[in-house]
Design a protein around this ligand. Structure first.
Ligand code: TXA
Ligand code: MG
Length: 387
């Protein structure tokens, strides 16, 4: 199948821009589109064939339900029943935006869309292109994140092309997603409500509306062997994972830096490429480590890229990235929004560079940090080492 890629400028769009995408969706075909969180892979939420196509294109297990995207609050009542008053309060506070609510579904939503469940996940995105696409198609749109199953979610059209070119009908390119992490998921079929997936809407923000809300224990899981079953079926799978082997180090900066140097030396001496995923603060601390690695026997053998502008994540503080040692600096610890926005792109960039061993620092779990660490820990397959 040939995948059409269509650029749309959110500031200057017309119905005409959406005509083909809307037609494809009405015909049960698949269209990837930008949202404020990550790109979604959309299909008609009422059409079981479209949902089956979504699972097939992603290579996703069909027991993992899809999120249904709407553009108007009135739609909620067409799709769900027994809607508690809490849902309206959350919608009032956070919709349109990066919040997904689990509610009891009506029969019009086929079980193919909800992975066999009687409940459905509903979200009203705030991205103007997503909103317009739903309205132009005249349908609620079922959309998981537009990545191949298991890989990091996509925050740019280029990522979607990487994973799904030739497998779907169209990709709408609307630039980078602002938030970069998937929506917060809240289960309202239980009382008090539970957070099934942390996201940009933090527990502190939710508690202002629903004081009794708490996390599903699976969200806070840090050990692979802890026997907790996630309530969001998708959260049980290995996820967000780069191809390289990712380890998280937790401890003081100096200890993390020492440990990364030790591990990196070992892997380099075995002929592997190593990557470091860190904040500006840790990168500063590691400046000398980086110089030592570059100057070492294996470091010297590597081509040293002097043209820093060509490194997407180049940071002048680190001298340069070379082919064997690659630093991906997400931003300052004080700017969690930036770290969230760049995380999936950084994980993908290690793959692009053929990095085999990746070392990451552990980030704070305050506010948005909870969502950042939730994704990072899954990407690492729960491989966290205290140093
Ligand atoms: O930000 C987002 O939420 C993005 C954009 C595209 O909207 N979508 C997204 O979808 O992240 P996906 O399919 O990658 O993640 C949906 C998660 C999965 O973990 C799934 O198991 C859970 O939501 N989920 C969906 N329906 C559910 C239900 N009825 N009950 C419990 N969990 C549900
Ligand atoms: Mg996903």
């Amino acid at each position: 199948m040939r995948t059409i890629v269509r650029k749309i400028n959110a500031e200057n769009m017309t119905s005409e821009d959406f005509a083909e995408a809307a037609r494809l969706l009405r015909e049960g075909r698949l269209v990837a589109f930008p949202t404020e969180t990550v790109y979604g892979l959309g299909g008609d939420a009422f059409d079981p064939t479209a949902s089956r196509r979504i699972y097939e294109a992603k290579g996703r297990p069909s027991d993992n339900p899809l999120i249904v995207h709407i553009a108007r609050l009135e739609e909620l009542e067409n799709l769900c029943e027994e809607i508690p008053e809490e849902a309206y309060r959350l919608a009032d506070a956070f919709w349109p935006g990066p919040l997904t609510m689990i509610l009891k579904k009506k029969d019009c939503i086929p079980k193919e869309t909800t992975g066999g469940l009687d409940t459905v996940a509903i979200r009203m995105p705030s991205h103007p292109i997503a909103n317009r696409l739903i309205l132009e198609a005249g349908l609620p749109i079922a959309a998981p994140s537009a990545n191949a199953s298991g890989r990091p979610s996509t925050t740019k059209a280029e990522h979607v092309i990487e994973d799904l070119d030739g497998r779907i009908d169209m990709i709408i390119d609307g630039g980078s997603s602002d938030i970069g992490l998937e929506s917060t998921i809240v289960d309202l079929t239980v009382s008090p409500a539970l957070i099934l997936r942390p996201g940009y809407i933090t527990v502190e923000m939710l508690k202002k509306v629903l004081p009794d809300i708490s996390y599903d224990p699976a969200v806070l899981k840090r050990e692979k062997n802890e026997n907790i079953v996630a309530k969001a079926p998708g959260m049980k799978y290995r996820h967000y994972a780069p191809k390289g082997d990712l380890t998280i180090f937790e401890g003081a900066d100096a200890n993390i830096s020492d440990e990364i140097e030790k591990q990196a030396e070992m892997r380099l001496s075995e002929g592997h490429r190593v990557g470091v995923l860190c904040s500006t603060e840790l990168a500063g601390q590691m400046k000398e480590v980086f110089s030592r690695l570059c100057a070492s026997e294996y470091g010297k053998k590597a081509f040293c890229d002097k043209d820093r502008d060509k490194n997407e994540v180049a940071n002048s503080e680190n001298g340069c990235n070379n082919e064997l040692v690659y630093f991906s600096v997400l931003g300052s610890r004080s700017d969690e929004g930036m770290i969230a926005q760049k995380l999936f792109d950084a994980l993908r960039s290690f793959d692009e560079k053929g990095i085999e061993y990746i070392y990451a620092e552990s980030f704070s779990t305050h506010d948005l940090g909870q969502a950042i660490m939730n994704r990072l820990i899954k990407a690492a397959g729960y491989h966290i080492v205290q140093v």
